[in-house]
Write a protein that binds this ligand. Structure first.
Ligand code: GLU
Length: 433
């Protein structure tokens, strides 16, 4: 079983989508199921409606999952397991106040040392703590041995007990912390492979330690994906970068198939550049992903998007553009040389159907032409039309072609009119207005 575990705390980031897509691919390759676990236990950071939005995006990308569940539904199990760890003396109640912990943090910082829990509450006797009426967290005792694991992409890691530390597993309100809920849920759902962002690498020894203390010994295969960097700054793509939001990319007219193609390609050397997720399932080898971070390249995504738009069936493209006529899909493809996105195509096509005013420098010629075209009979090909309007208006050369292009396309430049005309000839009455 594999899992994708998004937090409903903001717009879905492309890094998270990449994690979801690769989980989907590996689940298919291993012939295992994928489940979606919405990690909603941090109530303060949750944003209403983001869980639904995440599922809608997964639907758009055809991510095939078996089940969705909210992590908050498992809180009772997290608490029961924490209780057992307390009984087994593998965990302890910690009464240290936020101020006391902050003081320790400051002190260590001033000494140039990393923060670690002081261990103050670890050995308090039950008699002493029993009657205490103060808020407390539950901490797991740090390990007594090194924790080692192998990451398929990043290599081998070993963490010292000091690095793992005695960390909080239940907050004062007795909700589980991320590491605890995650480790317990991975165990409860029998996860075999964890694929997630490399920002979680340092959480892995903590999660292994939690499961070891519970007595669960099944080994999980880990794959931490390198972060995606902003092309200009070379820093991690943050929420402030528009292109980091999947919702933004879709609203800008990038096809899900193209975004998926691009994300699979990041840090990977595929056998071909343009492919579908189904094809990638055949050849993708996750162990061959580059260890180092990849830069997000919007120009490359544009190129891939163009290729995927060209591959769309004409009728499907027409529908995406808001029409239900195969001719409009064909018309859109004539504009592909100068378009990168669905939005570019929509604006070209809406110009064709927009009222034609203001053809700079050719105002009177445009009036003449529009009149002539609206009185003209139906003409099957562009050559006949061109000849007809030339004769009727006596306009010639630029004075004919500039306003004629404008009358038909609403723009002064673009593909040859003879390529456009076959697909708009049935709409001429609507266009000339
Ligand atoms: N909820 C975590 C995140 O969105 C994922 C943690 C995990 O996959 O273990 O980054």
């Amino acid at each position: 079983m594999l899992r994708f575990a998004p937090s409903p705390t903001g717009d879905m980031h492309i890094g998270n989508l990449r994690v979801a897509i690769l989980n989907h691919i590996i689940a298919k390759q291993k012939k295992e199921d994928l489940i979606i676990r919405i990690e909603d236990t941090d109530k303060e950071r949750n944003i209403e409606g983001k869980d639904k939005e995440i599922l809608e995006i997964l639907g758009l990308f055809a991510i095939d999952y078996k089940q969705v569940f909210l992590q908050s539904n498992n809180i009772k199990y997290h608490q029961q397991i924490a209780m057992q760890l307390l009984i087994d003396k593998k965990a302890f109640n910690c009464f240290c106040s936020d101020e006391a912990l902050e003081n320790d943090r400051e002190k260590l910082k001033n000494e140039g040392k990393p923060y670690r829990y002081s261990g103050f509450c670890e050995n308090l006797s039950d008699e002493l703590t029993f009657g205490l009426d103060a808020p407390f967290t539950v901490r797991l005792k740090k390990p007594t041995h090194d924790i080692s694991f192998k990451d398929i992409v990043k290599g081998d890691f070993t963490y010292k007990p000091f690095d793992v530390d005695s960390f909080v597993i239940l907050r004062t309100d007795k909700t589980p912390t991320y590491n605890f809920a995650c480790a317990v849920d991975d165990m409860l759902t029998d996860i075999s492979t964890v694929i997630r962002g490399e920002d979680h690498l340092s959480n892995t020894p903590k999660q292994i330690h939690i499961r070891e203390q519970i007595g669960y010994n099944k080994e999980i295969e880990y794959i931490h994906l390198p972060v995606i960097l902003n092309q200009e700054t070379g820093k991690k793509m943050s929420k402030r970068d528009d292109a980091s939001s999947v919702k933004w990319l879709i609203s800008e007219g990038y096809l899900p198939a193209a975004i998926a193609n691009y994300l699979i390609l990041l840090g990977y050397n595929p056998p071909c550049e343009i492919f579908t997720v189904e094809e990638a399932i055949e050849w993708f080898d996750i162990s061959k992903i580059s260890k180092s971070s990849a830069r997000f390249d919007l120009e490359k995504l544009k190129f891939i998007n163009r290729e995927h738009i060209k591959m769309l069936d004409d009728m499907r493209l027409s529908k995406i553009l808001g029409f239900a006529d195969i001719e409009i899909g064909k018309l859109a493809k004539v504009f592909m040389e100068e378009s990168n996105t669905i939005n570019d195509l929509k604006s070209k096509i809406s110009l064709i159907f927009a009222p034609k005013v203001n053809c700079e420098g050719f105002e009177s010629e445009l009036n003449q032409l529009m009149q002539c075209l609206s009185d003209a009979p139906f003409m099957d090909d562009f050559e006949t039309l061109k000849k007809y309007v030339g004769e009727k208006t006596s306009l010639k050369g630029k004075n004919l072609f500039m306003p004629l292009r404008f009358a038909i396309t609403g723009a002064q430049h673009g593909p040859n009119l003879s390529e456009i005309y076959p697909f708009i000839k049935n709409y001429l009455g609507e266009i000339i207005k």
